[in-house]
Design a protein around this ligand. Sequence first.
Ligand code: GNR
Ligand code: NI
Length: 175
Amino acid sequence: MAIREIIILPDKQLRLVSKPVEKVTAEIRRLAEDMLETMYDAPGIGLAAIQVAQPLRLITMDLAKRDENGETAPKPRVFINPEIVAKSEEMSVYEEGCLSIPEYYEEVERPARVRVRFTDLDGKVIEEDAEGLYATCIQHEIDHLNGVLFVDYLSKLKRDRVMKKFTKAAKRAGE
Ligand code: GNR
Ligand code: NI
């Protein structure tokens, strides 16, 4: 396994619409393993392939909670070609962050529950109901596959402010 570089704003690749995974090849398995390692290292609870510059509809996630000793029993999950097939009318608000927008957090309102259909690494099609952090995270990740970022849900003022901050930082780094 290897840790890959996570791309950050204002990298234009984050706006790409990712392509479906046609077949679960050895290369896809390796990408999924690398994404899990990259996600744990960051650390983050989810990662979309485009965040490591691969425009494929592939997501990793681990929502395992820390126990009282601060230990985690890892629950690595891989979602191939995930789709939201139903969503609740009820909405919920979570404070979101994104590894591609480091150290920026804002509240986002999304459907509280969604039904997600995806293929697993064995090529099996699975449907699950998601709520709570799982619902928020899967919607955040599927947005990445469509070139959408959580800042797109904020006011234009807030979005412009964060875009400008990261554009400036990139310019400074490049000088
Ligand atoms: O690590 C992450 N935490 C998080 C918190 C609230 C809502 C969504 C997320 S996903 C994020 C990692 C990431 O950027 N995934 O694309
Ligand atoms: Ni993200």
